[in-house]
Ligand binder design. Structure first.
Ligand SMILES: Nc1ncnc2c1ncn2[C@@H]1O[C@H](COP(=O)(O)OP(=O)(O)OP(=O)(O)O)[C@@H](O)[C@H]1O
Ligand SMILES: [Mg+2]
Length: 112
């Protein structure tokens, strides 16, 4: 299993939910976030050396998916969530050893 943690533009949550649901995933966690990347929260033309960091509103989305679905989902995310402008966000991908459903105590990828 892979955990994908995405920092996205707030308006891109709906397209992301569509991609996950099309791939038959319904479990996800969403949090409001503030952040900045390479441009320190400014558009490229206003970025100057030594400027303070300006945090912009983003959404943090975490979901765990099967290894075999990762590549397709990442491709679809790139297609649907990229605007071509700076600030589209990033995806951090990590391996997940196990998952347990608290209600039943079941483990393993079949419970995703
Ligand atoms: N290295 C990082 N670690 C943690 N969060 C990050 C990192 N880089 C970006 N983020 C988060 O992603 C959001 C969007 O980042 P952003 O898309 O601006 O990255 P970037 O590297 O500057 O790419 P671009 O040049 O396309 O803007 C940030 O507001 C921040 O919340
Ligand atoms: Mg940026």
């Amino acid at each position: 299993m892979k955990k994908i943690e995405l920092i996205i533009r707030p308006e891109k949550l709906e397209p992301l939910k569509k991609i996950l649901s099309k791939n038959e995933y319904s479990g996800l966690t969403v949090m409001s976030a503030m952040g900045c990347g390479h441009q320190k929260g400014y558009s490229e033309e206003f970025k100057k050396l030594g400027m303070e960091i300006n945090l912009l509103p983003k959404l943090y989305v975490m979901t765990v998916i099967l290894d075999e679905d990762l590549d397709d989902i990442l491709t679809e995310i790139c297609e649907k969530l990229s605007t071509g402008q700076v600030g589209d966000g990033k995806i951090f991908i990590t391996n997940v050893d196990d998952v347990m459903r608290i209600r039943t105590g079941e483990h393993g990828e079949s419970i995703l």
